[in-house]
Design a binder for this molecule. Structure first.
Ligand SMILES: [Zn+2]
Length: 384
């Protein structure tokens, strides 16, 4: 099934994926999802925020057990982050049916919209809107690199942007959510296990730093006459690294926008995006406060620590075959749902190199199969 998706949104120059929300690639992936739901006779719904739900059974009577992930990617991402969870969800459902399992509760497969935030800057957009964590007015006004608002993009994709926002009807369908995901680190390699279960998601956020200067000619402007914001930005990048070590967190400037972005011009404006995460909220907040002192900084997203509910976590780890439990620094829709009070858990599949958000991201076929089997056993247990 991953092979069926392999060509969609792939950059032939790098083999990396570019699957921005609501792009042609994303629309094709949504079509694929709808086709998989239809082939299995599942009831397909797209909610007000663009999340897709494929149901075995009717969740309007009894809240169901939902599994799934996302199909969008970071720019130049890998093949597994997101799609592995969606594909495994369909395959786990197939396995349960082959074994003659009759679920006592509805079973759903979900695909969340714009998990990565590659286009509009806010990760987990679909689940944040669904749970009301993200203000729909703010969401509609977010712009992509071409200056198009989410509102315009949704309208041209035939959606109804005025419907965005907390969706209690859809939320009421979700009794429990389990997201399977490729691990984005080497925890399971060190533990020697193909599969694991999440204990917690580190608190994390994104901040935009704007450094203003004076655009001018790179040849004729004397050094002492320059107001060059690239220097301030460069200082900040080094300071972030130094502060991260001191606070025991991770901090990254991975995206930068330079205006006018000419090789022969001193920039007039440099915007850099800081991603900061760590085991403790106080340390992450302290780092951002320190780096942001006296600067023009906007918080684009913030997700507090998510401690997955211990009872469900242990039940999932047990049903999956007594697999290990570990924390992660990566954000996920399961974390957003958990914070909104939906009992949620995560199953991780081993990543041999730990590399993620890169074309080199990988999971071995045997480990993926072990993930499907573990997910099937978890769903069987939760749907009883
Ligand atoms: Zn993901």
């Amino acid at each position: 099934m991953l092979g069926e998706l392999a060509h969609i949104g792939r950059d032939p120059a790098t083999n990396g994926y570019v699957r921005d929300a609501w792009s042609a690639a994303d629309l094709e992936l949504r079509e694929w999802f709808a086709g998989e739901a239809e082939r299995r006779g599942l009831g397909l719904r797209e909610d007000r925020n663009g999340n897709l739900w494929a149901w075995w059974g009717d969740p309007s009577r009894t809240p169901g057990v939902v599994t799934g992930s996302h199909l969008d990617s970071v720019r130049q991402g890998g093949a597994f982050d997101g799609p592995l969870g969606v594909v495994s969800a369909f395959l786990a459902l197939d396995r349960l049916r082959e074994q003659g399992f009759e679920p006592g509760r509805p079973l759903g497969v979900a695909c969340f919209t714009d998990e990565e935030g590659a286009r509009f800057g806010v990760p987990c957009m679909g689940s944040r809107l669904l749970t009301g964590v993200l203000d729909p007015e703010r969401a509609r006004g977010l712009t992509d690199d071409d200056g198009r608002t989410l509102e315009e993009v949704l309208a041209s994709a035939g959606r109804k942007p005025y419907l965005l926002g907390r969706d209690d009807e859809t939320l009421a369908h979700v009794g429990t959510f389990v997201e399977l995901h490729v691990e984005q680190g080497r925890g399971l390699v060190e533990l020697g296990s193909a599969v694991g279960v999440a204990s917690a998601i580190w608190p994390h956020g994104r901040w935009r730093f704007d450094f203003r200067g004076q655009a001018n000619h790179a040849g004729t402007t004397r050094l002492e006459d320059r107001v060059d914001p690239m220097l301030a930005f460069a200082d900040k990048v080094l300071a972030a690294r130094e502060a991260a070590v001191r606070h025991g967190v991770v901090a990254t400037f991975g995206k930068v926008r330079v205006s006018p972005n000419n090789a022969n011009a001193i920039p007039g404006l440099v915007s850099g995006w800081l991603d900061a995460r760590g085991p403790g909220e106080d340390a992450v907040r302290a780092l951002v406060a320190e780096l942001g002192a006296g600067e023009e900084v906007g918080e684009e997203s913030w997700t507090p620590v998510v401690d997955f509910e211990a009872g469900l976590r242990d039940r999932v780890a047990g049903a999956a075959g007594g697999v290990p439990v570990l924390a992660t620094g990566a954000g996920h829709d399961a974390g957003i749902l958990a914070s909104a009070g939906v009992p949620s858990a995560m199953v991780f599949v081993r990543n041999p190199t730990g590399v993620s958000h890169s074309p080199a991201e990988h999971a071995e076929e045997d480990d993926c199969a072990a993930g499907v089997e573990a997910l099937a056993r978890v769903l069987e247990d939760l749907c009883c």
